[in-house]
Design a protein around this ligand. Structure first.
Ligand SMILES: *[C@@H]1O[C@H](CO)[C@@H](O)[C@H](O)[C@H]1NC(C)=O
Ligand SMILES: *[C@@H]1O[C@H](CO)[C@@H](O)[C@H](O)[C@H]1NC(C)=O
Ligand SMILES: *[C@@H]1O[C@H](CO)[C@@H](O)[C@H](O)[C@H]1NC(C)=O
Length: 459
């Protein structure tokens, strides 16, 4: 007995050490105060197309084909740009793969499409992402380095602490705004949600807004620095001339649940649509919608950990508002998980049910959307968390040299679509399907939201 428990303790310790040492460390590059120049925008009768995007069953194909359809430009803002084949996963203190391996064996189809778009079609590709302090193994590279050598303009985000938006725009007129990170988990093992805004036939202004934010952040970005002396002339020549084979994988099968989101299509309508950027005024944008709740609020979200938003939900409950709250059973970062569970406990103490996603199904329920009075759909790249919806004042000093006034805030987007639209009904149907399969949160049964999982760090 004793020997066994010693062994399992040792295994656990190893697991913990492995777990902590393989965490990516974020480099916070913000060095000036951010004064939130982007006021929310409302466009009353936008004649545009909106396509709902959902993981795990649609996003891989939809986003890959979106990038494939670009004729002139591809702009991507994304928290991380993960390999699906282990090339960005540090082992023995460093990471990376050879250029040949990346070209021939990388499984992330958007990477392969980007190579072809740059090398074969001369499409201008701009990539904005967070900088992590990972060490590259000598002579090896990651996907971003490969794409930079191929000809992409790759920069690191500096506007605030963290770029949390998941954003792809092609030809300046079609934008995918979603919760879908560039990791295999996000595309294939999570519930994720997004909206593809098509303004290619009528520039209504949503894409102009989001592109304005992208341009601002890209302009302030720091270029990825490639040490060309690490790589052979033949590798560089290969990267700049070779095309790749794109393979979109079959969807994964989930034996223990119904993880599907049904059919999707583009819905064309005259939308009363609004958009806001975080951290700029997003909290006010959200609150002004929540202040309109008269009958019901339905939320499907990764986490609620913003104390004020949590309290506001309790107030709504006390007023007799019909509440339906669905959240992820598993939240990756421990501190975030504990804060979310604190909120859920408070809700339950106030007789508000919280339903968590089925454990035997998807990895994370990473979507972020909510519906007010069955009449207003809101979808975000951010969670109900202080970093995504920071309270006023909307002035954000950097951590550098000023840590007492610093707030850890993210770049995010939130969309709001008023009216009983077909896209609202689609989101509600997915919420209902997920909700029915979930289980009620209870402080006594769920002691810890943290799963023993060492290999997954993509959320
Ligand atoms: C902030 O960082 C950028 C990029 O590293 C640099 O060009 C700029 O001079 C810095 N600004 C300040 C105020 O330190
Ligand atoms: C459109 O939505 C905005 C809020 O985003 C609201 O103030 C306005 O009244 C709505 N207009 C119509 C015509 O529904
Ligand atoms: C540091 O914080 C103070 C107080 O909020 C502010 O006045 C000042 O502008 C900040 N400095 C920078 C570099 O952001």
């Amino acid at each position: 007995m004793k020997a066994i428990s010693k062994i399992s303790l040792a295994t656990l310790l190893c697991a913990i050490i492995l777990f902590t040492t393989t965490q990516l460390v974020l480099a916070d590059l913000q060095n000036t105060t951010y004064n939130s120049p982007f006021l929310p925008l409302n466009i009353p009768r936008a004649n545009i197309g909106l396509t709902p995007l959902f993981s795990p069953d649609h996003s891989t194909k939809e986003e890959t084909e979106l990038v494939m359809s670009a004729k002139k430009t591809i702009d991507i803002a994304i928290p991380g740009f993960d390999s699906w084949s282990g090339c960005t996963y540090p082992k023995d203190g460093c990471m990376g793969c050879s250029a040949t391996d990346l070209l021939n064996n990388e499984k992330f189809p958007i990477f392969q499409v980007l190579i072809n778009q740059i090398v074969q079609h001369g499409v201008k590709v701009r990539l904005l992402t967070n900088k992590y302090d990972d060490k590259m193994c000598s002579g090896k590279m990651d996907l971003l380095t490969y794409l930079k050598i191929a000809g992409a303009d790759v920069r690191y985000y500096t506007t605030t602490t963290f770029l949390h938006a998941k954003y792809i725009t092609i030809d300046g007129c079609k934008s995918a705004i979603s919760s879908i990170n560039f990791s295999q988990t996000s595309f294939r093992r999570n519930r994720e949600a997004g909206i593809l805004v098509n303004e290619c036939n009528n520039a209504a202004g949503v894409v102009k807004f989001s592109q304005g934010v992208f341009e601002y952040d890209f302009f302030h970005g720091v270029p990825l620095d490639v040490d060309y002396s690490q790589y052979s002339k033949s590798d560089i020549h290969m990267i700049q001339t070779s095309t790749a084979t794109v393979t979109i994988p079959e969807n994964m099968h989930f034996a223990n649940c119904d993880a599907s989101s049904g059919d999707i299509q583009e819905f064309n309508d005259n939308y009363n649509i609004s958009i806001s950027a975080s951290p700029d005024y997003a909290y006010g944008f959200l609150m002004s919608a929540l202040n309109q709740v008269k009958k019901s609020l339905k939320i499907s979200i990764y986490e609620i950990s913003h104390p004020d938003l949590c309290d506001y939900v309790i107030q709504l409950g006390n007023k007799g508002i019909n509440l339906k709250i669905f959240a992820s059973h598993y939240v990756f970062a421990k501190s975030e998980a504990l804060e979310a569970y604190q909120c859920y406990r408070k809700l339950v103490d106030n007789n508000i049910n919280v339903v968590l996603s089925a454990k035997q199904c998807l990895e994370f329920s990473h979507e972020k959307y909510w519906v007010i009075d069955d009449n207003i759909l809101m979808m975000s790249t951010g969670n109900w968390r202080g970093s995504d919806y920071p309270n006023p004042p909307y002035v954000f000093p950097p951590k550098k040299g000023n840590s007492s006034t610093w707030r850890n805030v993210n770049r995010d987007f939130t969309l709001r679509i008023d009216g009983q639209t077909a896209i609202l009904k689609k989101f509600l149907a997915v919420l209902d399907n997920d909700y029915q399969q979930g289980y009620p949160y209870s402080p006594s049964t769920s002691t810890s939201p943290i799963k023993q999982s060492i290999n997954i760090r993509n959320y």
